[in-house]
Design a binder for this molecule. Structure first.
Ligand SMILES: [Zn+2]
Length: 477
């Protein structure tokens, strides 16, 4: 009851004061609860609230109607590990350095959970993809850390049951349903096409085979490029092209199932009477390619199908319901936003993102072109892409423009997303001034970032159960 009253008070305070007064309290009792809900591999454009016409996301759409939708949010990286670490530390991968498995965050870094725990939050991490958890040092700051967890709703209920109700909570959930291999159930598959178990099994086998082919050298302990299996990879890609419709169906079905689990989690909060005093943030760590730029799966490119992520923020009392923010933002901004909404100060220089609260409130925000995503590939090898894109790419967004600086060949691609959202016409030659300006921004950013690079910690031994899970997701062979 006390929490509900304080929650109402907080909503009133947030609505009336300008600038925001943090609801500071020695024991944190007046701070809002936070649910940070990550759906692995969820493409923004497969969500109804982002314009997808198929029924993948009734819960996300409801949440979007009650919250604020960021139209152009960018994942910090094109695959799970660097992206999740970036979200939790609000640092780009060139600074935190967790760019391949086997390293963990620097002991000097301050993850969001630690900052909130120090401010009096009860904290829990419930994650299905163990990759971006304890092995990377991301258990820090969580009093409860559980994984792999497939049914977060049940764990959320039990966590809330067992902990001190007088304190606010910070819950982090990482669901992995839309990640291949797509183990979609019949009910969800039937919403998007016919149910054919043999075809689904064939699809799973083909995606796993393709994934293995991309990193035979890494699996063997050789430097990528030792083996040139371009021909086999081309065949594997063609075999996925043949199953494109089935791939999209299975993916949509898994998104629908993830949406159902989110609904169950929100129901737990609702039934306990705390949903309306909770900040709910739903996002993803990256998207998925469906052959748009000749690839499948993720982490091989930085086109929007892979790096544009959904970002939906529902505030207590549904404040600013229905607002949509069109400006490009980075998911590095999520941790500073949550600290801001919680009224919790952050250590100087720890976070590189900036709070999105001014944007949520409709205030103008200026600044330099946004360096939105960094890809540094150390695992996979496909000669045609190695030659054209290289292994290191930075995405810069400025208004309608999206530039991709391919670091090693030192080339720049330039797309006008307003006219060409599919990134099919490279305009760098037609607009050398824009391309040059964004390339200079990317170069400068990388130079400064590398100078601030953290020393990563030693690797952590991974449990047998977690290893099995990673094998099932295709992360290890
Ligand atoms: Zn992921």
């Amino acid at each position: 009851m006390k929490r509900i009253l304080f929650g109402a008070l907080l909503v009133a305070l947030v609505a009336c004061t300008e600038p925001r007064e943090p609801p500071a309290d020695a024991d944190g009792a007046t701070r809002p609860n936070i649910l940070l809900y990550l759906v692995d591999t969820l493409r923004a454009d497969r969500v109804g609230a982002y314009g997808y016409p198929k029924p993948t996301s009734p819960t996300l759409d409801r949440l979007a109607a009650e919250g604020v939708v960021f139209e152009q949010a960018y994942a910090p990286g094109p695959w799970t590990l660097p992206s999740v670490v970036s979200i939790m530390l609000s640092q780009p991968s060139c600074r935190h350095g967790v760019e391949i498995d086997g390293v963990k965050i620097s002991p000097e870094s301050t993850p969001l959970a630690e900052i909130l725990a120090d401010a009096g939050y009860r904290t829990a991490s419930l994650i299905a993809n163990a990759y971006a958890g304890r092995p990377a040092g991301l258990e820090r700051g969580f009093e409860v850390y559980a994984g792999p967890v497939d049914d977060p709703a049940r764990h959320v209920a039990s966590f809330l049951e067992k902990t001190d109700e007088a304190k606010p909570f910070f819950l982090y959930v990482h669901d992995v349903r839309p990640h291949d291999p797509f183990d979609a159930g019949d009910e969800a598959m039937a919403l998007f096409g016919d149910v054919d178990h043999r075809a689904l099994k064939r699809l799973r086998n083909r995606s796993l085979r393709y994934r293995r082919l991309t990193r035979v050298d890494h699996a063997a302990g050789d430097p990528p490029g030792t083996t040139d299996n371009t021909t086999e990879q081309r065949q594997a890609l063609a075999r996925l092209d043949e199953m494109a419709a089935r791939y999209r169906q299975a993916y949509d079905a898994r998104v629908r199932e993830a949406d159902g689990e989110l609904a169950a989690t929100l129901d737990v909060l609702h039934d306990r009477g705390v949903l309306d005093e909770t900040v709910v943030v739903v996002l993803s760590d990256h998207g998925e390619e469906f052959g748009e730029h000749q690839g499948w799966l993720h982490d091989q490119s930085v086109y929007d199908e892979v790096v544009r992520a959904p970002l939906i923020v529902r505030l207590p009392g549904s404040e600013h319901a229905g607002a949509r923010v069109d400006a490009p933002v980075s998911l590095l901004d999520v941790a500073p936003t949550l600290a801001d909404l919680a009224g919790v100060p952050t250590p100087d220089g720890a976070f590189e993102g900036t709070s999105l609260v001014p944007r949520i409130e409709g205030r103008a925000v200026g600044g330099e072109p946004l360096v939105a995503t960094i890809r540094l590939n150390r695992k996979k090898y496909f000669r045609p892409w190695k030659e054209s894109r290289g292994d290191h790419n930075l995405v810069v967004r400025d208004g309608r423009w999206k530039a991709i600086w391919n670091v090693e060949p030192d080339t720049i691609e330039l797309y006008d997303l307003a006219a060409d959202p599919g990134e099919s016409r490279d305009l760098h030659a037609a607009h050398p001034d824009v391309a040059g300006r964004l390339r200079a921004r990317a170069r400068d950013y990388l130079e400064r970032c590398s100078a601030r690079r953290s020393k990563t910690g030693p690797p952590e031994k991974i449990s047998k159960e977690a290893l099995e899970r990673l094998r099932a997701l295709g992360y290890v062979d």
